[in-house]
Every structure is written in structure tokens, then in C-alpha cells.
Design a binder for this molecule. Structure first.
Ligand SMILES: Cc1ncc(COP(=O)(O)OP(=O)(O)O)c(N)n1
Ligand code: 3NM
Ligand code: MG
Length: 207
């Protein structure tokens, strides 16, 4: 699991007002992202048939690179299209329901802002926790207060060896420090969707 979390790219069409999401994903895959989450969310997001069509197109790209394709929030869509997993937050469908409905091989990620939430997710059977926000972000309007590197370190200390991916305000300036603070991987949206050179942006995150 940990190797898949190394460079976890998240995106929906609402994050790509000026570029084609398929093109952005293709370049990100080419540059070496290790996992992808389809997060179609917010006022500008696609819904219904259009959402499913985009999901399937992006899923095809991920399959071509053997990169896991995870769906955010929408468990029905994940099951229908045969995704590799789902990511759910504290306010989303309960883990009990998700576990009951999803195939056994599904990767299930759960968001956590503190050690109590993370420990509960582990007990409930999560495969990884998404810990954040690490720093301020403009991408998620309802993001909580940043927990910083100290918050991440504290959660790592409580979680032992459990797979953690950090999220929120991650860029080439803080990626190394985030890993050093205990994250097995980093997840990110705007640092790639707003990049002029995606290959270079991914390379900078690897440093
Ligand atoms: C890897 C990862 N970590 C955290 C989140 C946030 O999930 P959630 O709190 O449910 O918020 P939304 O993304 O649904 O707005 C995530 N998506 N991915
Ligand atoms: C989707 C999401 N979840 C967060 C959390 O803290 O749970 S922060 C966030 C947005 C991440 O976008 P960016 O890389 O552009 O900051
Ligand atoms: Mg959610």
C-alpha cells in the first residue's frame, strides 16, 4: 500500500478550467504518479452521465499505466465502474456500509485530522488514512484548520507503521519535510492542475 501512496494525484474537471483533465492525467501518469483519485466535486462539477463518462475515460488512462483508480465520496460510481477503491471522509457514508457494499479487493481510504479519527478508521478496516490539511489550501473550501508538520508527526507517533498519505497545501517546497514528518506519501491537486510543466512539477515533488 505504501508504495502506491508515494505520489497520489487527485483531480476532477472543476480543477481544470483551462485544460483537458484527460491530458493533465496522461501527463501526470507519464511523469510517475503512483495513485489517482477522481474527485468530481463542487458547484462546477459534472454530474450523472457526464460524470460517469469522465470517470471511465480517466480510469482507462490509469489502467494503461497500472495505477490504482480511486473514487472520492461516490461509492455507487466506484462499484458500478469497477474502480480500485474509494476515499471517504468523516462526513461521508459510514465505513460499516462501505465495507458491506464494496468488493473485498477495494482499497478504502479515510480522511483524518487527528489521531482519534485515524485510529477509528484503522479499527473500522481502512487501508490507508489521508491526513490533513497539512498547510493552507484554496482547493477545498470547507477544509479544516491546518495541522502542520507537528500535527502529522503526532499522528504518525500514534499510528505505528500504518499507511499515511498527507494532504492539503502540499507543494515542492514542503514535500520533503512532509515525508520526513512521517507521511508515506503525499497527495495533491493544485500543484499539478495549475502547473505549466506537469513533468517538472512531479519531478520537484519527488525531491
Ligand atoms: C487522500 C485524501 N485525503 C483526504 C481527502 C478528503 O476527504 P473528505 O474529508 O471527505 O473531503 P472531500 O475530498 O470529499 O471534499 C481526500 N479526498 N483524499
Ligand atoms: C481534497 C482535500 N482534502 C483535504 C483535507 O484536509 O482533508 S485538503 C484537500 C485539497 C488539497 O488540494 P491542494 O493540493 O490543492 O491543496
Ligand atoms: Mg469526502
Amino acid at each position: 500500500m505504501k508504495d502506491k501512496l508515494a505520489l497520489y494525484f487527485i483531480m476532477g474537471s472543476q480543477n481544470c478550467p483551462r485544460k483537458d483533465p484527460e491530458e493533465i492525467l496522461e501527463q501526470a501518469l507519464d511523469a510517475g504518479i503512483t495513485m489517482f483519485q477522481f474527485r468530481e466535486k463542487g458547484e462546477a462539477a459534472l454530474i450523472g452521465h457526464e460524470k460517469r463518462q469522465l470517470a471511465e475515460r480517466l480510469q482507462d488512462r490509469c489502467q494503461a499505466y497500472s495505477v490504482p483508480f480511486i473514487v472520492n465520496d461516490d461509492v455507487d460510481l466506484a462499484i458500478t465502474i469497477g474502480a480500485d477503491g474509494v476515499h471517504i471522509g468523516q462526513g461521508d457514508e459510514s465505513m460499516q456500509q462501505v465495507k458491506k457494499r464494496c468488493p473485498a479487493h477495494f482499497i478504502i481510504g479515510v480522511s483524518a485530522t487527528n489521531a482519534a479519527e485515524a485510529n477509528k478508521a484503522i479499527q473500522d478496516g481502512a487501508n490507508y488514512v489521508g491526513v490533513g490539511p497539512i498547510a493552507a489550501t484554496r482547493t477545498k473550501i470547507d477544509a479544516k484548520c491546518p495541522i502542520g508538520l507537528s500535527g502529522l508527526r503526532e499522528i504518525r507517533e500514534q499510528l505505528g507503521d500504518f499507511p499515511i498519505v498527507a494532504i492539503g497545501g502540499i507543494n515542492h517546497k514542503n514535500a520533503k519535510a512532509v515525508r520526513e514528518a512521517g507521511a508515506d506519501g503525499i497527495s495533491f491537486i493544485s500543484v499539478l492542475t495549475k502547473a505549466t510543466d506537469i513533468q517538472e512539477a512531479v519531478n520537484m515533488l519527488k525531491l
